[in-house]
Ligand binder design. Structure first.
Ligand code: 4AD
Ligand code: MG
Length: 460
């Protein structure tokens, strides 16, 4: 049996006096750098258990000096050695090696380089990029962020519901669904389920039914949209967190969104300090300060109507949008959302009470007859990261709307929720990848997903 290695994470978590008492430790990982001056060599070893590396030292008087000098960048290696405190150096300790073993060498066609490479290049090498500093940090924070989401909702007593990925409804009614079919020669729309089936664009409708049983619920999983929009914020497969709260109105909804976003930020700042320092230094200077400011502030609330007034004033004042035609009733584009959150508010803002024509059928109509109780959370740098609403709980109003849209058939069960013990309820959807972008300062969604899916890009 091979000797049990100690992880780099464990090494950093153990007091140095304890480590120095050990006769020998075994470490294994991958070489990030290997340099030597002829009589002493230094390896920065990364084992993936934390963001930090450790330094392994090898000296010319050891029998393996020549061999280790040739260990290439990226190689998998194992060392035995003694931990020695290095109080005068940058790292608190190093390992003075007593034996070395090459576990996996690296062919000369290895695409990664020691030097900094572009994100575009690394996207093409998606299977290798988790080995780089940036993606080591991104994907660990992604993992911890998922934990933060669960912790937040579980602490509040929400029940986690696994809504289906395969569905017969287009929840958002936006028509951007991926149809599911087999290779059968039958009608591809009905070959398997006997009716048209698609990948889900949102678990909301299914999770609403569970809110009518458990009160507070959430679903959190992949969602799919066949949107060809080639932007830095759209992917055709992305993860969404969709909570649904019974006996809750739009104000309760906003309270929950704000608490959740703040909890997630706080959780990442606390649990991923090394990764956040890295982002702060190399990816988005000032991101930590930005997040701390968000934690300390109350999110601004603004009606859509006021948002339109602000945009009109901006245009009148000479601001140039790509679309300068601002009118009440328009669907806001990212540039408009960003103006409001970046230029006008300078922080996160809830925009609410949107014109009913531009929002989904299930949103509750306000008394003015023109708007619905919808809310989007807009943040600087990105625009919308959360979309939610109070749901239409009145059977007749909802049915009339659905009949007019022609989507009642197959969704009778959804309407029935309004007949069988219905109540006011609200919910929202957080784009998980967009939240990750916001927290890390990474500005392209393709660099927050392990294997991003966008139109005409499916290499892996
Ligand atoms: O605003 P959306 O479309 O809302 C819904 O799907 C509702 N059913 C949510 C609910 O009330 N339960 O999407 C919610 C969020 C957006 O704010 C955005 O952050 C993200 O999902 N999103 C996307 N993220 C990446 N790529 C895409 N193509 C996205 N489309 C939406
Ligand atoms: Mg939306």
């Amino acid at each position: 049996m091979q000797k049990k290695a100690i992880s780099v994470k464990e090494l950093y978590a153990t007091p140095i006096e304890e480590l120095e008492k050990l006769e020998s430790v075994t470490v294994q990982g991958w070489i990030r750098t290997n340099r030597n001056s002829g009589n002493v060599g230094f390896i920065h070893l990364h084992d993936g258990t934390c963001f930090k590396n450790i330094q392994v030292v090898y000296t010319a008087d050891s029998p393996f000096f020549e061999e280790v000098s040739k260990y290439p960048f990226g190689a998998a290696v194992r060392f035995d050695g003694k931990v020695v405190a290095t109080p005068t150096l940058q790292q608190p300790f190093e390992i003075q090696s007593t034996s070395a073993e090459l576990l996996g060498g690296v062919d000369s066609d290895y695409p990664l380089q020691k030097k900094k490479t572009s994100f575009e290049f690394l996207r093409e090498e998606a299977y290798l990029r988790p080995r780089t500093n940036t993606f080591d940090a991104v994907f660990r924070v992604r993992s911890v962020l998922a934990m933060a989401v669960h912790q937040f909702f579980q602490d509040r007593g929400f029940v986690y519901v696994h809504t289906p990925e395969i569905t017969g409804n287009d929840a958002e009614g936006a028509g951007s669904v991926f149809t599911i079919t087999t290779d059968s020669k039958d009608n591809p729309y009905t070959d398997f389920y006997g009716r048209r089936a698609s990948l889900t664009v949102s678990g909301q409708l299914h999770v609403e039914a569970f809110a009518m049983a458990f009160k507070d619920v959430y679903t959190f999983g992949p969602t799919f949209r066949a949107e060809k929009s080639n932007t830095t914020r759209h992917a055709s497969e992305f993860w969404m967190i969709e909570p649904e709260l019974a006996f809750a109105d739009l104000d309760d909804d906003m309270e929950c969104i704000e608490a959740c976003i703040k909890y997630c930020i706080e959780y990442i700042l606390t649990h991923c300090p090394d990764e956040m320092d890295f982002f702060n230094k190399w990816i988005d200077k000032g991101v930590i300060e930005k997040l701390k400011k968000v934690l300390a502030s109350d999110f601004r609330k603004m009606e859509y109507t006021e948002g339109i007034e602000i945009l009109k004033k901006a245009v009148a004042g000479g601001h140039k949008f790509q679309n300068n035609n601002i009118y009440w009733g328009m669907d806001l584009q990212s540039e408009h959302e960003r103006y409001i959150t970046e230029e006008f508010v300078g922080g996160p803002v809830f925009l609410y009470n949107y014109p009913k024509e531009i929002k989904a059928f299930y949103m509750r109509e306000n008394d003015d007859g023109k708007t619905v109780a919808a809310v989007d959370l807009l943040v600087p740098g990105e625009g919308e990261i959360v979309g939610g609403s109070q749901r239409e709980e009145r059977y007749d109003i909802l049915k009339t709307k659905m009949d007019a849209l022609g989507n009642t058939e197959g969704l009778e069960w959804y309407l029935n929720l309004r007949k069988y013990g219905g109540c006011i309820h609200s919910g929202f959807g957080i784009g998980f990848d967009r939240l990750l972008m916001y927290i890390t300062g990474i500005n392209n969604i393709r660099d927050t997903e392990p294997y991003p899916r966008t139109a005409n890009a499916l290499k892996y």
